[in-house]
Design a binder for this molecule. Structure first.
Ligand code: ACO
Ligand code: OAA
Length: 378
């Protein structure tokens, strides 16, 4: 073995970047976003406040917020050709793959594609923030043989996103909870997808490429794909007792249980999950049906007792989305849509102060003796 230095599988504990954007402070149990705690922000601010905070380092004034909303609305429409590309995809394509294709195709419509300046990157971030919800909703719709839906500028950003997916306007409570989920998913330091985006950006590749790679990363079930997987698991079980049995059986089979565990919060509950747990209770109470809440609570007890593992955000976001009437295949694309702002902010930061990512390996392969090789020549 040729050793170049310490190896940490999965880069566990390795510092990969310096950032002003966010930090998981496990000592004080805070998710620090530009100096503020995300959990507190999720109770006091909406998604568009977080967008401004991440892209401009501070909250918007009410005038700036109105201008930002108008900027986003002007970006809502997706080129017709992109919708045509989505229509050409095989109908069994997952909406995450539709989204990946759609974001990738947007690059060709950018007249300033070779400009990596912060000003243009931030402008581009608004283009993406305007169009990604449209691509998410319409890639799902097209793949499910539903009519393409146009954005409704009379609704708030989050209400319009919900409307484009479901075809109906959310109630005030649904809008608030959906928006809160977007806040919670907006930014989270250095998950695999953000690392992917920064690695791609570090070659001086563009924002669309960085985000296309990030979609592929987020699709995996160890990352964003977990929210969808959690919902299938809950539906497969159907009752509290069967869910407890299912989890125990999966543990006996040494299967990973989706929605539990986290590289950074391994011995604690993801604080974002607690907020979505409260939202789930609210939605269940309003509907007079607490089955999903009871199942999730019972699952938490089993996992803590049997494995010392705690829920991450995906565990409670999934049943919340279910209670909001959102289709399951679109849970991970919604996560991506919310994370668009965090990813864009990281790419802006990477491009503004770039050094190519190029790590080394410890070589564990064989070494051949070239004298032996020359003896083997015909
Ligand atoms: C918003 C998000 O994207 S959060 C992440 C969403 N992903 C999931 O929910 C998928 C399920 N969870 C997992 O697979 C993991 O907890 C991860 C991928 C999130 C973190 O993984 P890592 O930090 O690499 O931890 P690793 O997989 O090495 O697990 C450490 C130990 O805990 C166990 N473990 C961790 N998570 C789980 C789980 N969900 N179910 C069962 N066992 C688990 C592992 O089997 C391992 O046990 P061992 O030491 O006895 O072999
Ligand atoms: O941070 C991570 O490793 C994954 C995660 O929770 C997220 O992307 O929000």
């Amino acid at each position: 073995m040729t050793t170049q230095g310490n190896y940490s599988p999965g880069l566990d504990g390795i510092i990969a970047a310096e950032t002003k954007l966010s930090f998981l402070d496990t000592v004080h149990s805070e998710i620090v976003i530009q100096g503020y705690d995300l959990i507190k922000l999720s109770e006091s601010h909406d998604y568009l406040d977080i967008v401004h905070l991440l892209l401009h380092d501070r909250f918007p004034t009410s005038e700036e917020k109105a201008i930002q909303e108008k900027t986003l609305q002007d970006e809502y429409v997706v080129p017709e050709d992109i919708l045509e590309i989505l229509k050409l995809l095989p109908k069994k394509t997952h909406p995450m793959d539709g989204l990946r294709t759609g974001i990738s195709a947007l690059a060709g419509f950018d007249p300033h594609i070779n400009d990596r300046s912060s000003t243009v990157n931030k402008k581009r971030a608004y283009t993406l923030l305007g169009k990604v919800p449209n691509i998410v909703a319409n890639s799902y719709r097209v793949l499910n043989k539903q009519e393409v839906v146009s954005p409704n500028k009379d609704l708030s950003y989050s209400a319009n996103f919900y409307y484009m997916i479901t075809g109906k306007e959310p109630s005030a409570v649904e809008e608030k909870i959906f928006d809160q989920s977007l806040v919670l998913y907006s930014e989270h330091e250095m998950p695999n997808s953000t690392f992917t985006a920064r690695v791609i950006a570090s070659t001086q590749s563009d924002l669309y490429g960085a985000l296309t790679g990030a979609v592929a990363s987020l699709k995996g079930s160890l990352h964003g794909g977990a929210n969808e997987a959690v919902m299938y698991m809950l539906l497969e079980a159907g009752t509290v007792e069967k869910f407890e049995q299912l989890l125990k059986q999966k543990l006996v089979n040494k299967e990973k249980i989706m929605g539990f565990g986290h590289r950074v919060y391994m011995k604690k509950m993801d604080p974002r999950a607690l907020i979505m747990k409260k939202a789930l209770k609210q939605l269940c109470d309003a509907k007079g049906d607490d089955l999903l809440y009871k199942m999730c609570e019972a699952g938490e007890v089993v996992m803590e007792r049997e494995k010392g593992l705690y829920p991450n955000l995906d565990y409670y976001a999934a049943p919340v989305y279910y209670m909001l009437g959102l289709p399951i295949e679109i849970y991970t694309p919604i996560f991506f849509s919310a994370r668009t702002v965090g990813l864009c902010a990281h790419v802006v930061e990477q491009h503004a102060n770039n050094r190519l990512f190029r790590p080394r390996v410890n070589y564990i392969g064989v070494r051949h003796n070239h004298n032996v090789l020359s003896n083997l020549k015909p």
